[in-house]
Design a protein around this ligand. Sequence first.
Ligand SMILES: [Zn+2]
Length: 129
Amino acid sequence: MKCPHCGSSRIKKAGKLKRKYQVRQGYRCKDCRRFFVERDGFEGRHYPGEIIALVLHLFVEGLSLSKIREIVWQHHGYRPADSTILDWVRSYSKLLKRFERKRMPKPRVKGRIHLDEVELKVGKKRATM
Ligand SMILES: [Zn+2]
């Protein structure tokens, strides 16, 4: 492993970095004294859109994470980590929810009316007490 800042191979371990699903080893370069984190090649942005789309499709179909990884590896030569797949699924479901909320404004209105009724009842009770 080499320092990404200056290319030196004189590096030492310098604590661990906790992320959402993974812990990464941090390093400090002995030459330029800068800190960096090991690269594992599993960043989501390195994968083509078609791979992400395929993974999401397989996930929606109900396949297990290990089965999805096996298919993607055997047919496409990519090895996304479980954490990467879960990241894709999470950002995808967020997009879906946002879409649904935009398309269905009615439940919100119902909720408001219901809330107003409750407030009214509480107000009446207080008035009679
Ligand atoms: Zn360096």
